[in-house]
Each structure stands twice: as C-alpha cells, then as structure tokens.
Design a protein. Structure first.
Length: 94
C-alpha cells in the first residue's frame, strides 16, 4: 500500500501492484500535507493544514482518532506539521 494526500482535503490509500484506489480518507478541512504509516502498517496518520492529525486503520479506512492542533493560520506559518512519523518502537506520533 501507498498513501497520498493533497490540496483537495483528502488522503487516499492505494494498492501499489495495481494502482487501485482502496480508500478515500475524508474529514480534513484543508490540504493534507503529511502521511505516515505505523511501523506495522496497521495505521496511517494524516496531517492537514487545518491543524488536525487523523489516524486511520489502513486495512479498512476507518477513522480511529482525530487530534486537533492549532488553527490553520498558525500551521501555515510553521514547518512542524510537514513531517509526520510513527515512532518505530510503538504507537507514538512524532
């Protein structure tokens, strides 16, 4: 699987071998600028210019949790949300 995000406020999970779109992940209120799979591949985190980080089950596309951050004006001036990582030793987002 591979994940993408874009200016249409959505992220997608794709099947690499066929290019098939598996899931459309909607709910961000502004561009999705960061995506990251957990080390096990079980979860996908998406970060948006809306200040939210959303965690999804990668096998079902089901939303697990939304973490609210600062509003879009603050995020647009910051580079902090452009990189999003799961820690390799556990379920921690960095």
């Amino acid at each position: 699987m591979v994940a993408t995000g874009g200016g249409d406020d959505r992220a997608f999970i794709w099947k690499v071998s066929t290019g098939e779109k598996l899931f459309e992940l909607s709910g961000h209120k502004d561009s999705v600028i960061a995506v990251a799979f957990s080390s096990t591949g079980k979860f996908l985190a998406t970060g948006g210019m809306d200040g939210a980080v959303k965690v999804w089950e990668s096998e079902t596309g089901k939303l697990v949790v939304t973490l609210e951050g600062p509003d879009e004006v603050i995020v647009r001036r910051s580079i902090n949300l452009q990189l999003l990582f799961f820690h390799s030793q556990g379920f921690f987002l960095i």
